[in-house]
Design a protein around this ligand. Structure first.
Ligand code: PRX
Length: 631
């Protein structure tokens, strides 16, 4: 093994040769004539002149050697279904879905919005879009009408694919009414809505617009839809994520760079081999689901498990039973899920034969020591923390196990991954912090490596102004995370620099939650902050200024209003964004220039020193919050 430092150095200093080599991990229709075009920073085009297709790489190319091998393993502990699709069967289903989309008028570069539970048809839909060069935009099934509407508005999909319902913990969650309401709220209307009927909920039918999947599928059982060869820079998908401003950003990904980045990460970081089984416990609505439930494992020729259900139903051993049954070699989850499992009977970890498993990767939020230790001892396998973002699509920080035998360090997701020129930047001066153990903003010097976001959908200016800072002659991408690097090059992530919070591994913008709450007729103003929580990492806490102050002395009225506000957030954004508490105050702590002191509120809620408050307008405002938190 050449040293990892050398591998990483080569990826930056001999960049084009390095990525030309990685590009051989995927099939191309035509080879690139230029590996990296960074003539218009911060925009970068990877594999210029190359053409390829994600679906070809994930499905078709495996037919030669592994047509009858498992490709997609769908398991639902909600509906008690379990079905294994071989690569041959997956190939057929994806073509049926593509044929139906074509019948509905979808063409290359059209958008298709996918609002679906974790069912096999969602995977067919994503791959069918990739096959024909349609740009998919998956919206997490836990989002409600308001969130969905803003995404429909921004993506302007020709077709929306959905289902009658999902199910969570045995409770049916009807999707169709949420979708109908979202379409009503959006000024953009899709031509068609394609619906998978699982028989879980009745659907109100909109004649002309709504189409049922199964009868259309039956029409196309044998229709052949060849892969469309796409320019490497053709967008493969958009995925919306939260930032500081209320409006979610459509992270836009390319085709060729993404295929190469995923294939390389499967080899160098996750170490998954063709013929094995990969199990990522995330959801297709999140970036982990895109990269490591669908595309990454399939590109690598692995079977991938798609699991609908809770980690503790029918009991906390369910995931481990799947590891045993399907001989999972690589598993990927989030610290929150492990904290949930930690509360279950530890015997459940010992009940199954987990000998196939080589490593458990965890990402999405900070990994705390008790959780890391518990799962590492329980499994007797390496636990590998890795740090990345929706924007990057694959790890920025990790121990790249395939090329690095360095140990992991507790509390650190590891070192800069090959391809990433990671820096720490002084928040105030913008200068690079070169020494060890200095706190700065984790940043990446452009160009971003293959697979990362190309731009924000439909808004190049927003892409540049949101993420990029200029140090004379250089462009630096901000992750919006604080970090520290030690003497050995290991990074430690210390939380977000912006108004994004991380609830149970779900990334949420507090401003979006504030907007929803501020829509209540009795709310004049509101501040939402993330507060540390033992189980979920963080929870949202809201402090609202009420218009009718008589309410402040009426406990029953306060409870009622709190309930109304929570219901409002559920309806707008989804229950995942619901604040743990909504407290009422007469005024919010602000600076004299009127800026809400969210960091001070957060500190008070977490029992920390709120720091320098000399710019605060009215100290009594923070005192109100202190009293509420103490009481
Ligand atoms: O704050 C960081 C945190 O999650 C953010 C990105 O969330 P999302 O876009 O949903 O992508 C998740 C992809 C795994 C980051 O800006 N985060 C992610 N991974 C870690 C983390 N914080 C600490 N440790 C991690 N391993």
């Amino acid at each position: 093994m050449t040293s990892y430092a050398e591998f990483h150095r080569r990826s930056l200093e001999d960049r084009d040769a390095f990525w030309a080599e990685q590009a051989q991990l995927v099939d191309w229709k035509t080879q690139a004539t230029q590996i990296c075009d960074y003539s218009k920073p911060p925009f970068v085009n990877w594999f210029v002149g190359g053409s390829t297709n994600l679906c070809h790489n994930a499905v078709d190319r495996h037919l030669k050697d592994r047509a009858d091998q498992a490709a997609l393993i769908f398991v639902s502990t909600e509906t008690h279904q379990e079905r294994v699709y071989s690569f041959r069967e997956l190939h057929a289903e994806v073509q049926r879905m593509a044929a139906v989309l074509i019948e509905l008028g979808v063409k290359k570069s059209d958008r298709v919005l996918i609002y679906m539970p974790m069912i096999a048809e969602a995977a067919f839909a994503m791959l069918a879009c990739a096959r024909m060069g349609a740009i998919h935009s998956v919206v997490f099934g836990g989002f409600a009408s308001g969130s969905l509407a803003s995404r429909i508005e921004d993506a302007s999909p020709k077709v929306i694919i959905s289902a009658d319902a999902g199910s969570r913990g045995g409770k049916v969650v009807a999707y169709k009414p949420l979708l109908d309401e979202a379409i009503r709220l959006s000024s953009h209307k899709p031509d068609s809505v394609l619906l998978v009927d699982r028989g879980l909920a009745t659907m109100n039918w909109v004649a002309g617009r709504d189409k049922l999947w199964e009868p259309l599928r039956q029409k196309h059982l044998d229709t052949v839809v060849p892969c469309e060869w796409l320019d490497a820079s053709h967008p493969s998908y958009t995925l919306y994520t939260s930032g500081t401003t209320g409006k979610p950003k459509g992270v836009q990904r390319d085709t060729g760079g993404y295929a190469v980045a995923l294939a390389a990460s499967m080899k160098h970081i996750y170490c998954g081999n063709a013929g094995e089984t990969y199990f990522a416990t995330s959801d297709i609505g999140w970036v982990v689901g895109h990269s490591y439930i669908i595309y990454g494992p399939l590109i690598a020729g692995m079977a991938t498990i798609m699991y609908e259900g809770l980690p503790i139903r029918p009991n906390g051993g369910i995931w481990w039973s799947l590891v045993e049954k399907y001989k999972v070699t690589v598993m990927f989850s989030a610290p929150t899920a492990i904290r949930v499992l930690k509360k279950q009977d530890p015997v459940l970890l010992k009940k199954y034969d987990l000998s196939s498993l080589r490593a458990l990767f965890l990402a999405g939020e900070p990994l705390d020591q008790p959780t890391a230790q518990w799962i590492s001892e329980g499994l007797g396998r390496p636990i590998v923390d890795n740090y990345w973002q929706t924007e990057t699509g694959w790890p920025i920080l990790a121990i790249s196990k395939g090329v690095d035998d360095a140990p992991t360090k507790f509390g650190s997701p590891g070192k800069a991954v090959y391809g990433y020129d990671v820096k720490l930047i002084d928040e105030n001066t913008g200068a690079e912090l070169k020494g060890a153990n200095q706190k700065g903003v984790v940043a990446i010097e452009g160009p971003l490596p293959p697979g990362c976001l190309q731009t924000v959908w439909g808004d190049n200016d927003r892409f540049v102004s949101t993420y990029w800072n200029t140090i004379p002659g250089r462009m630096i991408y901000s992750t919006f995370d604080w970090g520290i690097r030690d003497e050995d090059g290991y990074y430690f992530i210390l939380g977000r620099t912006d108004d994004v919070i991380n609830v149970a591994g779900h990334r949420l913008g507090t401003r979006e939650i504030e907007e929803s709450i501020a829509g209540h007729p009795n709310v004049a103003e509101v501040a939402v902050v993330g507060v540390a929580d033992q189980l979920k990492g963080q929870v949202a806490m809201a402090f609202a200024v009420v218009k009718d102050t008589r309410l402040l002395t009426d406990e029953a009225a306060k409870l009622k209003l709190e309930g109304e506000i929570m219901k409002r957030v559920d309806g707008d954004l989804g229950a995942l964004a619901r604040p743990a508490r909504v407290r009422f105050v007469t005024v919010l702590p602000k600076t004299r220039s009127g800026k809400c002191l969210r960091r001070a509120i957060q500190a008070v809620c977490e029992g920390r020193d709120p720091g320098d408050l000399t710019t605060m307008e009215d100290p009594a405002a923070l005192q109100q919050i202190k009293d509420l938190v103490a009481g």
